[in-house]
Design a protein around this ligand. Structure first.
Ligand code: SAH
Length: 470
C-alpha cells in the first residue's frame, strides 16, 4: 500500500489551491463539501470560482501563489495544469511542510484525492494509487447503486442517539441493535418521513432492551478451496457478523479479512504434518467462547463435513448444550476436478466416485483396494501426497492397470494452482516434483486433452483463469 487512507478533519483549516481552470474547478467542487477555509490563487479565475467567492464559499486571491500564503495550511493543491507553475507551488508547499497534491502528477504528490461516494456523514473513499481510474469509477458506480440514499440521514440520526443506545450492553447486543436500524427498521421508517424515523428508533431500542440475551452459537463454515470468490454468501455474512473466528493455519488471508476488525481471530493451526493445535484445545476454545454468548465461526477449509474432524467438535458442543449449524463449502475435490476440466462422474465411465483419505488417525488408511483397482474407477484422495507410494503399492497389488491416469492438483483455485499429470506406475517418482501447499490426488482422471495448457505431461502451472478455455 503506497498510500495510507485517512479522513482529515478540515473544519476551520486553511486549504490552499493554486489554479483557476478546469482542474481547479473539479477539486474545488469536492473541497467545498468540507468545512475547510478555502483560499484560491489565480490571476484569471473561471467565472464559477468568481461566483463561489461572491457567495463566500471560498476566498479568491487574484494573483499567483506566493511564499507567505502557505504557512498554517493543512493541504495545498497545485492545479494550474502547467508543469512549471505546479512545480513552483509544490516547492513552496514542501518548503513550508504542507502536504501537496499536484493534479495529474501522482509521483510528485504527497497525497492523492480518492474517488468518493458521498452519503455524508458516511463517506466511502476509493483509491487505486493512480493505476486504474476506470476501475475506481466502476467501483464508485457500484457503491452508489447499493448504498441507499437514506444511509446518510440514518447515520446522522443514529449519531444523536448513540448515548441513549448505551443502555444496551456493549458488544453484540448493541451491534445487533444498530444492524437492525441501518438495514431493516431504519430504511423502512425513513421512507415514511422524519418523525416516523425518530419514533422508530425509540421503538426499536425498546424492543432490543427487552430481548433475551443471545446464547453462544457456533457456525461450522466451509471456506472453500481458497479462492474467496468460491465462498458462499452465507459464509461471507457469518464472517461479517462473527464475534470470534477460529480458523486453520492455511486459511487464506483474503477470506479472513472478511471478518470484522473487532472480531477475535484465533488460529488453531492444523496441518496434516507440521505443528498443530490439539483437538481438545480447539474444543475447549469453542466452549469457552460460546459461554460468553459469542457468535463463533469455526472456519474449515473446503467443506466442513469432509475430513475436518467436525464430529468431534459437534460432540463437544452437544455435551455442553451449545447450539450450532453447518454451512457447507466447496470441497477440494470439486475445485481440483474443475481445474483439469473433468467431471467426477461420467455416464458410461463411473457412476460413483470415492472421496477418500490416504490417512486416518492410525496412519495410512486401508480401503477396498480391489474395487478401486477395477477399470474406470475414480477417486479424489485427500491428504494423499505423502501416502502416494502406499496408494500406488496397494492399487498395483490389487490389479490396477499401471497406466491408470493419476493427476495431482495442488493449491486448487488459488493463484499458485499447479497440476501434475502422472500414471499409477510412475506416481511416487513423479511426486518428487510436487509443488508446496495442499494437494489433491485425482485417481483415474487425466486432464482433459482439449485444455491446451494441460496437454504436455509433467508439471504445468495452470492459473485458475485459464480454465475459462474449457
Ligand atoms: N474439508 C476439506 C478437506 C480437509 S483435509 C475439503 O473439503 O476440501 C485437507 C486436504 O484437503 C489437503 O491435504 C488436500 O488434500 C485437500 N485440499 C484442501 N484444500 C485444497 C486445495 N486448495 N487444493 C488441493 N487440495 C486441497
Amino acid at each position: 500500500m503506497r498510500h495510507f487512507p485517512i479522513f482529515l478533519a478540515l473544519r476551520d483549516t486553511r486549504v490552499v489551491l493554486s489554479g483557476g481552470g478546469d482542474a481547479a474547478l473539479a477539486k474545488l467542487r469536492l473541497l467545498m463539501k468540507t468545512e475547510a477555509e478555502l483560499h484560491v490563487f489565480s490571476p484569471l479565475p473561471a467565472p464559477e470560482i468568481e461566483g463561489w467567492a461572491a457567495e463566500s464559499r471560498l476566498t479568491l486571491h487574484r494573483r499567483a501563489l506566493r511564499d507567505g500564503d502557505l504557512p498554517g495550511a493543512a493541504l495545498a493543491y497545485a492545479a494550474d495544469e502547467d508543469p512549471e507553475r505546479d512545480a513552483r507551488t509544490a516547492t513552496l508547499a514542501r518548503a513550508t511542510g504542507v502536504l501537496v497534491n499536484i493534479v495529474d502528477n501522482l509521483d510528485d504528490s504527497a497525497f492523492i484525492t480518492p474517488a468518493i461516494v458521498d452519503r455524508d456523514p458516511v463517506t466511502v473513499a476509493i483509491g487505486t494509487e493512480g493505476t486504474a481510474p476506470v476501475l475506481a469509477r466502476a467501483i464508485k458506480a457500484h457503491l452508489e447503486e447499493h448504498l441507499p440514499a437514506a444511509t446518510g440521514p440514518l447515520a446522522r440520526i443514529a449519531s444523536g442517539f448513540r448515548k441513549v443506545a448505551e443502555k444496551l450492553p456493549h458488544g453484540r447486543a448493541r451491534r445487533d441493535f444498530w444492524r437492525d436500524w441501518f438495514f431493516a427498521a431504519g430504511p423502512r421508517a425513513y421512507a415514511q418521513g422524519d418523525t416516523a424515523t425518530e419514533e422508530a428508533l425509540n421503538h426499536l431500542l425498546d424492543t432490543h432492551l427487552h430481548r433475551p440475551t443471545r446464547a453462544g452459537f457456533v457456525s461450522f463454515v466451509g471456506s472453500g478451496p481458497g479462492d474467496p470468490d468460491l465462498l458462499t454468501l452465507k459464509a461471507r455474512r457469518l464472517l461479517d457478523e462473527a464475534d470470534v473466528v477460529l480458523y486453520d493455519r492455511l486459511a487464506p488471508q483474503p477470506i479472513l479479512e472478511l471478518a470484522r476488525r473487532e472480531a477475535t481471530m484465533i488460529e488453531v493451526g492444523k496441518t496434516g504434518f507440521g505443528p498443530s493445535t490439539p483437538q481438545e484445545t480447539i474444543n475447549a476454545l469453542l466452549v469457552e467462547h460460546a459461554a460468553t454468548g459469542a457468535q463463533i465461526v469455526r472456519l474449515k477449509g473446503g467443506d466442513p463435513t469432509l475430513f475436518a474432524r467436525l464430529d468431534e467438535e459437534i460432540d463437544t458442543l452437544a455435551a455442553h448444550d451449545i447450539g450450532y449449524e453447518i454451512v457447507p463449502g466447496i470441497t477440494a475435490a470439486s475445485a481440483a476436478v474443475s481445474a483439469i476440466g473433468q467431471s467426477l462422474t461420467k455416464r458410461g465411465r463411473n457412476a460413483s466416485v470415492r472421496l477418500m483419505t490416504a490417512h486416518d488417525t492410525e496412519g495410512f488408511a486401508d480401503h477396498d483396494w480391489r474395487t478401486l483397482a477395477a477399470p474406470d474407477q475414480v477417486a479424489a484422495i485427500y491428504m494423499g501426497k505423502r501416502a502416494a507410494r502406499f496408494l500406488q503399492g496397494r492399487l498395483l497389488m490389487h490389479g490396477a492397470a499401471p497406466d491408470t491416469p493419476v493427476t495431482l492438483v495442488a493449491n486448487a483455485s488459488r493463484g499458485d494452482q499447479a497440476v501434475l499429470t502422472s500414471a499409477l506406475a510412475t506416481l511416487s517418482a513423479d511426486l518428487d516434483d510436487c509443488p508446496d501447499g495442499p494437494a489433491l490426488i485425482l485417481y483415474g482422471l487425466a486432464p482433459r486433452d482439449a485444455l491446451p495448457t494441460l496437454q504436455s505431461s509433467g508439471l504445468t502451472a495452470v492459473p485458475s483463469r485459464q480454465q475459462e478455455v474449457s
